[in-house]
Ligand binder design. Structure first.
Ligand code: COA
Length: 329
């Protein structure tokens, strides 16, 4: 240790996740949708998704995930001074779902708000919380991705309804002031992007200020696919460059879980072994903003991701928005 100015960073102190009780297989979907288990597995890698039932909402799933993350971190809810919740499927247009989670956790005074960047929402939320911690306006943050996409799917559109599921994931960020070191811990770099020219490729055809209805998800799947691989490979290079790291330094990629073929193509483009990629799309399908923290929590709890590992999160979603974060645990 050398004496000198310390560096303030946010580190992940714990994670948690939650899924609706009901798990739906491809075969079960094929009873009501013109599709087959074979098509879905071959084109997407998806086998199951969880679908929210009565009484299960984005806020209830988010609260369960947040409780588990706090427990894993050994941090009491009243120590939380910031809640940033990423969702495109809030319980209501307002108030922010983050404030519902706050109330459910029994916290009566902290900063709480939602961010909306669809499937990249968790990366955006993580970046906001990281900036606020480094800037000194918060010390302990809950960053949550939570969705109930089943409620905005057109169940007659087989091109989209088979692809998504519901769920929530959360991490607790804690402030750390440390001496500069060769292998610093915490969030090392974040890169975010948006390009609104592509609004029309993935969107919901409703909203409070337009139709006054909630609307349903619409997607030009093959076009989204093409952009995804290019954008994700490029933002991962960028985030590693910013942290002075290389692909060879990465222990785990935790990607947004949209489609197995996108995960494989991105890993190939980066020259990264498939074994380094955390995959949960087979059991969760695409849970939008929940997908990265949900996959992260699965891999932490099953012992793959360990303290000291270098992990890269990445995601892309409607907008388009995309981003990545490099984190030393
Ligand atoms: N079951 C059976 N057949 C289906 C089907 C389903 N669920 N959905 C589409 N098809 C059919 C189509 O009707 C089409 O039939 P046709 O050739 O007779 O017209 C055929 O399968 C191929 O459709 P296409 O959309 O070209 O398939 P694809 O190989 O591009 O796969 C996606 C479709 C959606 C799986 C793929 O494009 C994808 O994953 N895109 C990215 C989506 C994504 O990740 N979005 C979220 C980003 S956050």
């Amino acid at each position: 240790m050398t004496d000198g100015p310390s560096v303030r960073r946010a580190r992940i102190a714990g994670s948690g996740s939650a899924l609706p009780v009901r798990r739906v297989s491809n075969a079960e979907l094929a009873e009501t949708v013109d599709t087959s288990d074979e098509w879905i597995v071959e084109r997407t890698g998806i086998r199951f998704r969880h679908i929210a039932g009565e009484g299960e909402t984005t806020a209830t799933l988010a609260t369960d995930a947040a409780r588990r993350a706090l427990e894993a971190a050994g941090i009491a809810a009243d120590q939380v001074d910031l809640i940033v919740l990423a969702t495109a499927t809030p319980d209501q247009t307002f108030p922010a779902t983050a404030t519902k989670v706050q109330a459910a956790l029994g916290v009566t005074d902290c900063i709480a708000f939602d961010v909306q960047a669809v499937c990249s929402g968790f990366l955006y939320a993580l970046s906001v919380a990281d900036s606020m911690i480094r800037g000194g306006s918060a010390k302990t943050a809950l960053v949550i991705g939570a969705e109930t996409f089943s409620r905005i799917l057109d169940w007659e559109d087989r091109g989209t309804c088979v692809l998504f599921g519901d769920g929530a994931g959360a991490v607790v960020l804690a402030v750390e002031d440390a001496q500069p070191s060769a292998q610093p811990r915490g969030i090392l770099s974040v890169s975010l992007h948006a390009d609104g020219r592509h609004n029309g490729l993935l969107y919901v055809d409703g909203g409070p200020s337009t139709t006054g209805t909630v609307g349903k998800l619409r997607m030009k799947g093959p076009e989204v696919f093409k952009h995804a691989v290019t954008n994700l490979a490029s933002v991962m290079h960028e985030v590693l460059d910013r942290a002075g790291l290389e692909i060879a330094d990465v222990d785990w990629i935790v990607p947004h879980q949209a489609n197995r073929r996108i995960l494989d193509a991105t890993a190939r483009k980066l020259g990264l072994a498939k074994e380094r990629v955390i995959v949960t799309v087979d059991i969760h399908a695409n849970t939008s903003a929940a997908s990265v923290p949900l996959a992260f929590d699965v891999a932490v709890r099953d012992g793959r991701i360990k303290p000291g590992d270098l992990v890269v999160f990445e995601a892309m979603g409607g907008g388009f928005t995309w981003g990545a974060a490099a984190i030393r645990l």
